[in-house]
Design a protein around this ligand. Structure first.
Ligand SMILES: Nc1ncnc2c1ncn2[C@@H]1O[C@H](COP(=O)(O)OP(=O)(O)OP(=O)(O)O)[C@@H](O)[C@H]1O
Ligand SMILES: [Mg+2]
Length: 224
C-alpha cells in the first residue's frame, strides 16, 4: 500500500523577534498509509501545529522532502497546492477560522464552490446531524459556542470527503461527552470512508483511540 503522507528529514526553523533562529523541527520523518490513525502529542510550543501545517501544505519547510499522495511538495509557493489540498486534505485548525458573516451551513459548503462535488448539501446535512448540530445550520459563528464552532469546522473539513484529516486539537474546546462523540465520529469515518486521521492533541483519551501515538519533543518526533 502506498503512503498518503511521507516526510523525510523535514527541518524547520523560525527566527524570533530578537533575530535568533529557533529550530522547531529537526529531521522529522513520518510515513502514514491511507486509513491509518495517529496522534501527535507534546508540550505546548513544541511544534505540533507547525508540523501539521507543513503536512497540510500550508507552511513551507527548510530542508527535507514531503510527498502527499505520491505528489512531491517542494515549492515555497504553497498556493500551488490549492487543488491538492481541496481534493485530498481536510483541516481542522486549532482556532476554528469560520467566516463570521456566513451561516454554519454556508461555511461548510464553502469548499464545495470550487470542488463542485455532487450532493454537497445532502452530505453537509448528514455531517451536521452526525456532530449533533442539525438544528444549528442557520446560526452564524457568533451565535454558536466554541465547541459548536469546532464541530462546524470539522464538517467543513470533511465536506469534500478528503483522504486525510489533519485535526489540530479537535476536542480542545469540548466537554468530555462531546469530545467522546467527536472521537467516535472520527473513528466511524475512518472505518466507513477509510479516512486517514492525523490528530494533534493534549487529550490522552483521544490519543489512546488512535492506532499510533507519536511524541514531538525538542524538535524530534518519536513513536511512543
Ligand atoms: N510564524 C512564526 N514565527 C516565529 N515563530 C513561530 C511561528 N509559528 C510558530 N512559532 C514558534 O514555533 C514554536 C512551535 O509553535 P507551534 O504553534 O507549532 O507549537 P504547538 O506545539 O502547536 O503548541 P500548542 O500546543 O501550544 O498549540 C513556538 O515556540 C512558536 O512560538
Ligand atoms: Mg498548536
Amino acid at each position: 500500500m502506498s503512503d498518503v503522507i511521507k516526510l523525510e528529514n523535514i527541518s524547520k526553523s523560525f527566527v524570533n523577534g530578537a533575530g535568533q533562529s529557533l529550530e522547531v523541527l529537526k529531521d522529522v520523518s513520518l510515513k502514514v498509509q491511507q486509513g491509518e490513525t495517529l496522534s501527535i502529542m507534546g508540550p505546548s510550543g513544541c511544534g505540533k501545529s507547525t508540523l501539521l501545517n507543513i503536512i497540510g501544505t500550508l507552511d513551507d519547510f527548510d530542508e527535507g522532502a514531503l510527498e502527499i499522495t505520491d505528489q512531491k511538495v517542494t515549492s515555497k509557493n504553497v498556493d500551488e497546492y490549492a487543488d491538492l489540498r481541496l481534493s485530498t486534505i481536510g483541516f481542522v485548525f486549532q482556532k476554528h477560522h469560520l467566516m463570521p458573516q456566513l451561516t454554519a451551513l454556508e461555511n461548510v459548503l464553502l469548499p464545495t464552490l470550487k470542488s463542485k462535488i455532487p450532493n454537497a448539501e445532502k452530505r453537509a446535512n448528514e455531517l451536521f446531524e452526525s456532530v449533533g448540530l442539525g438544528d444549528r445550520k442557520n446560526h452564524h459563528p457568533g451565535q454558536l459556542s466554541g465547541g459548536e464552532c469546532q464541530r462546524v469546522a470539522l464538517c467543513r473539513a470533511l465536506i469534500n470527503s478528503p483522504k486525510v484529516l489533519l485535526a489540530d486539537e479537535p476536542t480542545g474546546a469540548l466537554d468530555e461527552e462531546s469530545a467522546n462523540q467527536l472521537t467516535e465520529l472520527l473513528l466511524k469515518l475512518n472505518k466507513d470512508e477509510n479516512l486517514t486521521l492525523v490528530t494533534v492533541t493534549h487529550s490522552k483519551e483521544l490519543a489512546n483511540r488512535m492506532s499510533t501515538i507519536y511524541e514531538l519533543k525538542n524538535g524530534v518526533l518519536d513513536k511512543k
